[in-house]
Design a protein around this ligand. Sequence first.
Ligand SMILES: [Zn+2]
Length: 94
Amino acid sequence: MSKSAVLMKRNPSFGGCPSCKELNTLKKSHSRNTKEKIVNGIGVYHTYRCTKCGWRGYLTSVALTLHSIKKLLIYLSILVITVFLTYQILQRIF
Ligand SMILES: [Zn+2]
């Protein structure tokens, strides 16, 4: 993982099943319909299936940490300040 990344990637396969709480039983599942293809195509959520209890659903591969939330707030602050300054400059020109 990069230290400069705002969103941390994680692999839900190493976590526990949301239904039976068993570890290392989740496998990526193929898309069954158009909705699942779209959700999987976005890349934040993927379809997983538990090999023990049969649970099937969406899990995210992106994790937010306190460090990443701080970075996100800093980037949003910079964006707001930049938009405000640009607006002020454009108002004086036109
Ligand atoms: Zn399970």
